[in-house]
Design a protein around this ligand. Structure first.
Ligand code: PGA
Length: 244
């Protein structure tokens, strides 16, 4: 089983999000697990459009409080109530553009677990970390801060290994190196939880290079940004997954 998750980020208008969902409605997953992560405003509409399809929906980011005086926030509860199955937690853009630290990310993870959303915990080192030989240190620390002493374990957990320098740059991680990091992540996680964990690679994945990642047994799938916002390219990736 491979996973093909599409993070639409803030690339699409509400109309374009719905049109893409309608376009993808009839795709047949056949052994590939599919999900898309639309923007918050189009979330309900996209979920409804895909409700009887092979594609699930996930939130790009959730607030940790269920409800109350939190201006501008959208809770895990609201996403769950709107049809979400998954939620990204700690995406690199949240960490590095919006300055979110490990503590906030842990709270978001806890909120997802409490609401029954399957978390997709995103981790990855910066270019600077890599230059300083700190890539493994960074990953281990992010995992520890997110997973150590969890009060209740999620039924299922995804981790997306997304090196920051590979996201949106066209400079995808060498597949052998991604496999090495993913194997390290899998080994590391066993000390925190015994839940089933699938580890995805993300960072400049497209229909041309996707197979070079998912053909490795250790790589359970991919988290795709830009290339997932085009219907034909998403379909090509689904087809490529089916032929592995
Ligand atoms: P990208 O984004 O595929 O556009 O590099 C991946 C991600 O941020 O999840």
């Amino acid at each position: 089983m491979k996973y093909l998750f599409g993070n639409w980020k803030m690339y699409l208008s509400n109309g374009d999000s719905l049109a893409l969902a309608q376009d993808l409605h009839d795709v047949s997953a056949e052994g590939v697990t599919l999900a898309v992560f639309p923007n918050t405003l189009s979330f309900r509409e996209v979920c409804q459009a895909l409700s009887d399809s092979d594609i699930s929906c996930g939130a790009q980011n959730v607030s940790w409080t269920p409800q109350g005086a939190y201006t501008g926030a959208t809770s895990a509860h609201l996403f769950a109530d709107s049809g979400a199955t998954y939620a990204l937690v700690g995406h690199s853009e949240r960490r590095h553009v919006f300055g979110e630290g490990n503590e906030v990310i842990r709270k978001r993870l806890d909120a997802c677990i409490a609401e029954g959303l399957t978390p997709v915990l995103c981790i990855g080192e910066t270019a600077e970390d890599r230059e300083q030989n700190k890539a493994e240190y960074r990953i281990k620390k992010q995992l520890m801060k997110a997973l150590e002493g969890l009060e209740s374990a999620p039924k299922q957990l995804f981790v997306a290994y997304e090196p920051v320098w590979a996201i949106g740059t066209g400079d995808a991680c060498d597949p052998e190196e991604a496999v090495r990091m993913i194997e390290l992540i899998k080994a590391e996680i066993t000390q925190y939880i015994d839940t089933e964990v699938a580890v995805l690679y993300g960072g400049s994945v497209n229909s041309e290079n996707m197979v070079s990642y998912v053909s490795h047994e250790a790589v359970d799938g991919v988290l795709v940004g830009r290339a997932s916002t085009d219907a034909q390219s998403y379909r090509d990736m689904i087809d490529a997954c089916k032929h592995i």
